[in-house]
Design a protein around this ligand. Structure first.
Ligand code: GLS
Length: 830
């Protein structure tokens, strides 16, 4: 650091950031003219976006520096959130709002000739995630900073995020996402690098007093380079850090020796192989495929992160015993589980601690969040692959397992089978490492993400572990969403209306304050303003629909929306079968009768994993139904079916505020929580849903007369499935009619969708589509009826919003802080 005598000069020269509109304009023009080397004669919207972002980034980084210095100085316990996915979306709007300068930017941009919406719209989404799991991580970062927690996120800087989805002839086509072509929100830290080792061998070396150490040598080294992304809190100077690692060949760009010898191709091969590690995000949600590159990504990222965390801890010269008092690491799903093994390796092999002492430190440091009970999503790695890639880690896993099984054996001396069931190594062909079990054994707390889900993991997939550790190790933290992005930013007019009625903006930091709205539900004038805002939001979505699909929809119709990853368990097929049923019903009516029907727009959106055939069929069917229904003159505005391509965070910000009803209709017991359910209700839309995930708690909070529930309960699912397979499975007659129509070729060539039909009719209907169909259709009739009475409908929406305070990610983060991390917030001192 700078010596004392020079610090005065340093302080005089310190950057101050801009203030006011004039200050902002000056900074913007400076960036256009110097950083971007442009002028008023060639400054397009992209350049104006870049310059605006750079001006705000400068602002953020001053707070970021202060926060980091403050946190280092105070040296209090930090939280590290390890997530392979951060679905951040756009940063500029969020930064402007969180630091409270959006009005200034709006006025300044307007004076300089730009509309702020156009400028915001220039930004690429940072789409480093698949769905709810990645977006949850992003909401958590917002809350951690807004609540003044000392916290860092660690992830991977994928060169390609989730693919862009195009719809061609009704089919999903995946296109690469070039999001990094200009990204002003990251700071490359070429000085912060870590060498990461792969492959090689392990040798034991004798030490004094008969001790042995393991030496891992050989193999290859890849370099991790840090990229830092500032995370601004709302209405606080706290600006935390998200550190993303990028992979690079160690030892320079490429092999000059080979290059000089004319071997051009192989001179860059090493570099390319190294860079592949952080090149692409795996596009699966709730599905694990054992690919070597994925395991490489996981180790690369956790090893770099742990190295960083340990380096920071060692600076404080504390005793290792204090590590868990300084460090809490949260594992977002099992993807970072190798961090447990890596920390044990660092402590034992490198720092020379005894096994037991190290293991105490490790288990006190980690917490593990489970996000799914779906068997196909539970991560397992072939022992042979781990052995090849990480030979020392496999030994450590075996030792962890040995000590764990010895303990279990002592506890249950008469139960041989339990050892087989809970072993971290599955004795299959080939043998597999069960990552969830490793995560449980290596953590002090395990949590699910909604009450039902947390109960389910305790009684199904982790039942034996509850017997072993007792129930206290297992807990629930129901998910939440940040009201800053999902209300204030996505729905500015509603946020403003609420603020004007309940005495200001405080609800954005304490969402329970929304309860003051409840008394306004019967206020006619208020309801009118509320409805006008909903209508304007629907007009905004109708415009987007027109732009993206060419279809004109009527904003006065009931907007029925299902946007999320496409998955059989989420049952978009149930929804589209219901839409076909509605279409057939309308077609069978006289034109007089039709005139009495309520017009509806059914909107779908979401990506299918590229290798998931059935999910892609579902997308195809939705589009096929759309092209028939939307062009049927008998139907007109009574029904429109829309598939919005390339659903992502920034589109969600437009879609969510425009819904009247949204669909959260997973087979009971399959959706761990869901978070878009919370976003839709918070934006004044009602939901139709099953008794699953967080729907249950939403119902408890908002009241069962403000939600449309249907379908079988999770406790009945197993019996129903059993009956399908071993008894007779009668298909709902209305659904049969839908299937007959599909088979006839009403929506394409006959038998185009025979796989989807067969899944229900002949292959056991695993997702209970037929069992729930009748109750689904009947419940939609109730929705139509309720919507006809707009006064009551709007009152329901207002009451529901008033009662949504619980679902803020701030509440959620406070629960983690208290019951898992044992940390307190500490505001930045000025
Ligand atoms: C998920 C679950 O499927 C969602 O229900 C949950 O809301 C989310 C965040 O906890 O995690 N698990 C997963 O693998 N992808 C998800 O979105």
């Amino acid at each position: 650091s700078i010596p004392e005598p020079q610090r005065e000069a340093w302080k005089r020269a310190q950057a101050k950031g801009f203030s006011g509109k004039d200050g902002f304009e000056k900074e913007l023009v400076r960036h256009v003219e110097t950083t971007l080397a442009r002028s008023m004669f060639n400054c397009d919207e992209k350049a104006a976006y870049s310059a605006t972002s750079l001006a705000f980034r400068d602002q953020l980084i001053l707070d970021w520096n202060r926060t980091q210095q403050n946190q280092t100085y105070r040296d209090s316990k930090r939280v590290y959130y390890l997530s392979l996915e951060f679905l951040m979306g756009r940063a500029l709007d969020n930064a402007m709002l969180n630091i409270g300068q959006k009005d200034i930017a709006k006025a300044g941009l307007s004076e300089l000739g730009f509309r702020i919406e156009d400028i915001i719209g220039q930004e690429n989404d940072a789409a480093l995630g698949n769905g709810g799991l990645g977006r949850l991580a992003a909401c958590f970062l917002d809350s951690l900073a807004s609540l003044d927690f000392h916290a860092w996120g660690y992830g991977l800087r994928y060169r390609y995020g989730i693919f862009k989805q195009e719809i061609i002839d009704g089919y999903q086509v995946e296109v690469p996402d070039y999001w990094l072509d200009f990204n002003p929100w990251e700071f490359p830290r070429h000085d912060v690098t870590v060498d990461i080792q792969f492959f090689g061998n392990v040798r034991k070396e004798a030490k004094e007093q008969g001790k042995e150490v393991a030496i891992w040598e050989g193999g290859e080294i890849v370099q991790a380079v840090a990229y830092d992304v500032p995370i601004p809190g709302y209405n606080t100077p706290t600006t935390n850090n998200l550190r993303l690692w990028s992979s690079k060949a160690s030892g320079g760009e490429f092999d000059f020796q080979k290059f000089n010898n004319g071997d051009y191709e192989s001179s860059v091969a090493d570099q390319q192989r190294a860079e592949t590690i952080s090149a692409v995000l795996y596009p699966n949600d709730n599905l694990e495929r054992g690919k070597e590159l994925r395991l490489k990504q996981q180790y690369f990222w956790v090893a770099a992160s742990l190295h960083d965390i340990v380096r920071r801890f060692k600076k404080s010269k504390r005793d290792w015993k204090q590590f868990p008092d300084q460090v809490a690491i949260q594992l977002n799903d099992t993807h970072p589980t190798l961090a447990i093994v890596e920390l044990q390796r660092i402590l034992v092999d490198i720092e020379g601690l005894k096994w037991e002492e190290a293991w105490d430190i490790v288990t006190s440091t980690f917490g593990y969040t489970n996000h799914t009970v779906l068997p196909e999503a539970l991560e397992k790695w072939p022992v042979g692959l781990v052995q090849h890639l990480l030979p020392r880690h496999l030994q450590i896993i075996y030792d962890i397992n040995l000590y764990f099984l010895q303990q279990v054996e002592k506890q249950f001396p008469d139960d041989r089978d339990i050892l087989r069931r809970v072993s971290i190594i599955e004795e299959s062909q080939p043998k597999m490492v069960r990552m969830a079990y490793l995560a449980i054994v290596g953590s002090h707390k395990v949590n699910g993400v909604a009450e039902l889900h947390s109960d389910l993991i305790k009684t199904t997939i982790f039942k034996d572990f509850v017997e072993i550790y007792g129930p206290d190790k297992f807990t629930n933290v129901t998910n939440g969403i940040t009201p800053r992005r999902w209300l204030h930013q996505a729905n500015p007019r509603l946020s403003e209306l609420i603020a004007s009625k309940i005495g200001g903006n405080d609800f954005l930091k304490d969402l329970t304050k929304l309860n003051k709205l409840e008394s306004l539900a019967e206020d006619k004038e208020f309801r009118k303003e509320w409805s006008e805002i909903k209508y304007a939001n629907k007009v905004r979505l109708a415009k987007l629909i027109k732009e993206l699909t060419g279809v004109t929809v009527n904003p006065a119709a009931l907007f029925d929306i299902q946007v999320k990853r496409i998955h059989e368990y989420k049952r978009q097929q149930l929804n589209i079968f219901g839409v076909i049923h509605r279409y057939l019903t309308l077609k069978a009516m006289s034109s007089e009768e039709r005139k009495k029907q309520l017009p509806r727009v059914s909107v779908f959106g979401g990506k299918a994993a590229p290798g998931y055939w059935m999910a892609k069929q579902i997308i195809h069917l939705i589009n096929a139904v759309g092209s028939v229904v939307n062009n049927d003159a008998d139907i007109g505005d009574l029904l429109k079916v829309i598939f919005l391509p390339d659903y992502n965070v920034s589109k969600a910000e437009i879609i969510t505020p425009a819904s009247d009803i949204s669909e959260h209709i997973s087979t009971a017991g399959t959706e761990a929580s869901g978070t878009s359910n919370m976003k839709f209700v918070l934006n004044g839309g009602l939901i139709i849903g099953t008794c699953d995930g967080a729907n249950i708690e939403i119902t408890r909070e908002i009241g069962d007369n403000n939600i449309f529930l249907f379908g079988n309960l999770s406790e009945d699912v197993e019996d129903l499935r059993h009956a399908h397979n071993y008894g007779s499975h009668t298909i709902d007659p209305d659904l049969n009619r839908v299937f007959d129509e599909m088979e006839k070729g009403t929506f394409g060539t006959p038998h185009d969708f025979s796989g989807m039909v067969a899944a229900v009719r002949h292959h056991g209907d695993y997702y209970l589509v037929s069992d729930d169909f009748h109750s689904y259709i009947e419940t939609h009739k109730l929705v139509d009826e309720a919507y006809r009475n707009q006064d009551e409908w709007v009152a329901k929406c207002i009451v529901a919003v008033a009662r949504m305070g619980f679902f803020s990610s701030d509440r959620c983060i406070n629960e983690y802080a208290e019951s898992i991390w044992n940390v307190e917030p500490l505001a930045v001192k000025s």
